[in-house]
Ligand binder design. Sequence first.
Ligand code: MG
Ligand code: MG
Length: 269
Amino acid sequence: MIHLKTIDELRLMRESAQLVSKTLGMLAAEIKPGATTNRMDQLAGEFIRDHGGEPAFLGMYGFPKNLCISPNAEVVHGIPNDKPLEEGDILSVDCGVHMNGFYGDHAYSFEVGEVAPETKKLLKITKESLYKGIEQCVRGKRVGDISYAIQEYCEKNGYGVVRELVGHGLGRKMHEDPQVPNYGRKGSGKVLKDGIVLAIEPMINLGTEKVKFHSDGWTVTTLDMKPSAHFEHDVTIIEGKPVLLSTYRYIYEALGITSNEEAPFTKDF
Ligand code: MG
Ligand code: MG
């Protein structure tokens, strides 16, 4: 069952989502060769608690850390560790916050130093596919329209779209209905309505779409060990149109990136 949110609930959800955004922005300055993901995890936990939230992933389904950090061929659910980052790595950082009774959940894939051109392109296309999906969050369209838009754009670029892991509804629970796959048929699935909140999260591989689930119970890698990218935003529908609850602006401020990619999905409410 899909839980539609009131405007007051959406305001609270925006606070949770924006605390994730600020945490990712804080981390952006820390991501460089030699840094460890354990240190990032510790900083994120402190930052979230200092701002009145709880790190949502810690203990969820038994997960041992605050953040899921997945370098290179790791798709998602990577466990932070003491291995130093290296020049040319990419790093998917997925962060969840619980605050005011609601969850925020979003992710960004970072470059560590100078990254190979084909990997840079994978990050660019994956992020663009996220916005292709968000564009479809219009009252009366269906979940399959989001799924199709992401799949079509990524496959057109020759990439593998992960099948085993999907986006989801978000609210008082981290994972609510509906599931939001990154592949699917136009016009299929649940109808989108005002007040729905979706965590849309393309997980896109440079090579094969096939993935491997590892014996630690968490880590997922690409089967061919080529890089994988992951971007996630929290989005709702207000007055029929898509509105972002999360933002990459803090990351971009930290990295000195200028972007107006969020402008079509930004609304004061
Ligand atoms: Mg996430
Ligand atoms: Mg998610």
